[in-house]
Design a protein around this ligand. Structure first.
Ligand code: HEM
Length: 245
């Protein structure tokens, strides 16, 4: 305690540091990083939905992303930093809440909190595990190494057959089940995350906040529908049949 206030005085302009590590600052970091991740999830879905426009559309989109080269790496590292900050500040907040509730033996009363709120850390951890699995599956391509040699021709160039890879990936029912469960938990996590964001940014009018909460939940469920439409269309409705050579 003494050490931290001493270093605060020594380093001078610590207002920002103090604010970030205040309760409101921590909540704001979690909210802002969460918002950035939601924006990524929306953008990624829009890109992935090109699967419905046919092989060339999805392969061209993937090729365009890969052609960004170093910029893509900057975005990837930025994304990783955002995920790291989101988790780190969530843990700080959790520790703060634990300290504020010293009588652990008294059962906490969950009245007024939703099942979404009470399971945020667990759903967040499972979503993280799902994203790591997803990266191993479609980015590192180590879950099924045959994806690595899948190529196709696009405008006269040989490119990675992302469309074929996605179709092959989702032609397996267990794989689709893993994705649907992972996406469901993501929705669960976002549903509460988006609504608590509005509390953090100080919307106190109950009626307005309720509308924003509804908007948050609707966005989360729309994302669920958008994402799950891809594996379902492939497995159940045969989208892209024959493309996974
Ligand atoms: C049905 C659902 C999804 C499909 C079909 C899908 C598809 C893909 C594909 C094909 C790639 C590899 C792109 C390439 O290397 O060319 C990819 C990468 C990635 N996906 Fe997904 N994705 C889905 C869901 C998600 C979700 C829900 C998240 C996050 C919560 C996510 C996060 C990522 C990330 C971080 C990458 C790495 C991007 C990079 O290469 O830098 N994906 N996805």
């Amino acid at each position: 305690m003494i050490k931290s206030s001493a270093s605060a005085t020594r380093s001078g302009p610590c207002a920002v540091h103090q604010w970030i590590f205040s309760s409101l600052g921590k909540k704001t970091v979690v909210a802002v990083t969460g918002m950035l991740l939601v924006l990524f999830v929306i953008g990624h879905l829009i890109g992935n939905l090109t699967v419905f426009l046919g092989p060339d559309a999805l392969n061209a989109y993937a090729e365009k992303l890969h052609s960004l080269g170093p910029i893509l790496w900057v975005v990837r590292i930025g994304l990783l930093a955002v995920v790291g900050l989101h988790i780190f500040f969530t843990m700080l907040l959790w520790k703060e809440n634990q300290k504020a509730r010293p009588k652990k033996y008294i059962a906490s009363n969950p009245i007024g909190t939703t099942v979404f709120a009470r399971t945020m850390r667990l759903s967040g951890l499972i979503v993280l595990a799902f994203v790591v699995f997803h990266l191993a599956h479609f980015t590192a391509r180590v879950v099924d190494t045959s994806y690595q040699s899948m190529t196709t021709t696009l405008a006269g160039h040989q490119v990675h057959n992302v469309y074929g890879m996605v179709v092959k990936g989702f032609s397996s029912a267990p794989m689709v089940a893993i994705y649907v469960v992972g996406l469901f938990l993501l929705t669960f996590h976002l549903s509460h995350g988006l609504s608590s964001l509005f509390q953090t940014i100080g919307i106190t009018n109950t009626r307005i906040r309720k509308n924003y909460e509804l908007a948050g939940r609707s966005i989360a469920w729309l994302l669920f529908l958008g994402y799950t439409s891809i594996p379902i269309a492939i497995l159940v409705f045969g989208l892209g049949k024959g493309a996974a050579q």
